[in-house]
Design a protein. Structure first.
Ligand code: BES
Ligand code: ZN
Ligand code: ZN
Length: 480
């Protein structure tokens, strides 16, 4: 979709339709020209209200508030409504006159996120006829002077939303299409024309480096595991950030096999890895002044005669031994080795993103990312970035009594808790065992098991992958 800022009045811009976002409180504003007609339709400018007036060439959309996430939702709704009409071009004025850049960024994101359609496996591909959107500098509060600022905000919104859609595309593909090797190919494709670097390690390297936890998960799979490391290295970086993504291309549960209904949608277990790739794309296209490393543990958790087993004892890269009590708690095993690898890069910050536990979905619902770690300030900043980006986040607090539940009678630690509750936190406390003392404050864990893949549309997210984590982390890196 072509979205552009045009420094002209709305009346001077040609388009099939004008879209007007209306806040209930401002229904009587001079911009709302069809008050009588709107009144007939019962339109009050409330959240999600839509009135289409083809003869007036107008589409009115109610908004909950002028806050950026409500604008994102309204913009996405606008695309959804127009999907069914044959409208090719629309124009709109800026509602958001107080902070026009934030508004333009949010509207751009909402349009691109809302226009997303995954149809790789459909024989009939429905195409959006809307291909041009013109934003006028004419605004409620008077004309906007700084067109450059608006243009930058638009570009930024586009890059972030496209990166989110890129992540959605990876997650939505089937476990047969996206194997660990395919994730490598995707990463290699990503770095091609950008200023990113890549290095990929296979089984031999993992063996040599003693990454016994990561390797065990892969044992029953016909597809070899891959450790993918993508780098963004600007000159004089402000900080060094390591992102670690869980890339389980399919999670059957292993020998602790998942029941059928629990297994379905486990193609989304590569959500963390896919988000890391999306973030790397955005960071590179935005030219952000931080050094960012994306590390992906790509592996399939399958069953078969070579499968790792409950009762096995594994040795991770840092020498710690792990008693396997459940092969379905595989993500933390992969991450343990990847986190040890990540710390060798001497980072300022480490963030892991993982569809780690069903317990996190139970705790927070399916829309919210669980934020865990030892550093309150760091967690607070991530949660603040959530607010700005439109992603929902909530903290789940650590405590030493839950940590005790990971004790093992035969190894240094067990891969599941002996208790029944608090599974999202005990999973994170397991990861914490692989964070060196000196790095405790540098690390945050994000459990994206809920929002990474939702089987019903919500806000500007259609059925399936939402690209969870991409907008949140890009926003956080920008805030540094
Ligand atoms: N990939 C799952 C977690 C998951 C569940 C992601 C639902 C998305 C939606 C993970 O590997 C897993 O199976 N975790 C187990 C842990 C348990 C064995 C301690 C779980 O959540 O049940
Ligand atoms: Zn699992
Ligand atoms: Zn998993």
């Amino acid at each position: 979709m072509n979205i552009q800022i045009v420094d002209k009045k709305l009346s001077q811009i040609k388009a099939d339709l004008e879209v007007v976002f209306v806040l209930g409180k401002k229904l009587k504003h001079k911009w709302v020209k069809d008050l009588a007609l709107l009144g007939e339709q019962g339109f009050k400018g409330g959240d999600g209200e839509v009135v289409y007036l083809p003869h007036k060439k107008k589409l009115y959309i109610g908004i909950a508030s002028e806050k950026h996430n409500d604008l994102r939702e309204a913009a996405a709704l606008c695309v959804q409504v127009l999907k069914k009409k044959k409208v090719r071009s629309v124009k709109l004025g800026l509602y958001y006159d107080k902070l026009p850049e934030t508004g333009v960024k949010a509207i751009t994101e909402g349009l691109i996120l809302g226009a997303y359609n995954f149809n790789k496996y459909k024989s009939k591909k429905d195409k959006l006829s809307l291909n041009k959107l013109i934003i006028s500098t004419e605004a409620y509060g008077g004309k906007i002077e700084d067109v450059n600022k608006l243009q930058n905000a638009l570009d930024e919104g586009r890059i972030i939303a496209e990166a989110t859609n890129y992540t959605r595309d990876i997650v939505n593909q089937t476990p047969s299409d996206i194997t660990p090797l395919k994730l490598t190919e995707i990463a290699e494709e990503l770095v091609k024309d950008k200023k990113l670097e890549i290095i990929v390690y296979g089984e031999k390297y993992l063996e040599k480096e003693g990454m016994g936890a990561f390797l065990a998960v892969s044992k029953a799979s016909p597809y070899p595991p891959q450790l993918i490391h993508v780098k963004h290295k600007p000159d004089n970086p402000k900080a060094k950030i390591i992102l670690v993504g869980k890339g389980v291309t399919y999670d059957t549960g292993g020998l602790s096999l998942k029941p059928s209904e629990g297994m379905r949608t486990m193609k989304s277990d590569k959500g963390g890895a896919s988000a890391v790739l999306g973030i790397m794309q955005a960071v590179s296209r935005l030219n952000l002044p931080c050094e960012v490393h994306g590390i992906i543990g790509a592996v399939e958790n399958a069953i078969g005669r070579h499968a790792y087993k409950p009762d096995d004892v594994l040795t991770a890269k840092n020498g710690k031994t792990i008693e396997v009590k459940n092969t379905d708690a595989e993500g933390r095993l992969v991450l343990a080795d990847c986190l040890v690898y990540a710390q060798e890069l001497k980072p300022d910050y480490i963030i892991d993103l993982a569809t780690l536990t069903g317990a996190c979905v139970v705790a927070l619902g399916e829309y919210t990312i669980g934020v865990m770690g030892n550093n309150n300030e760091f967690k607070k900043n991530i949660i603040a970035a959530g607010g700005k980006s439109g992603e929902f986040t909530a903290e789940l607090p650590f405590n030493k009594y839950l940590a005790e539940l990971l004790k093992s009678d035969v190894a240094d630690i067990s891969n599941i808790s002996s208790g029944r509750w608090g599974g999202a936190i005990t999973a994170a406390l397991f990861l914490d065992e692989f964070i060196d003392k000196k790095n405790k404050d540098k690390w945050v864990h994000l459990d994206i098991a809920g929002p990474a893949f939702v089987e019903k549309p919500w806000g500007y997210n259609p059925y399936g992958a939402s690209g969870a984590g991409v907008r949140l982390i890009v926003e956080w890196i920008k805030s540094l």
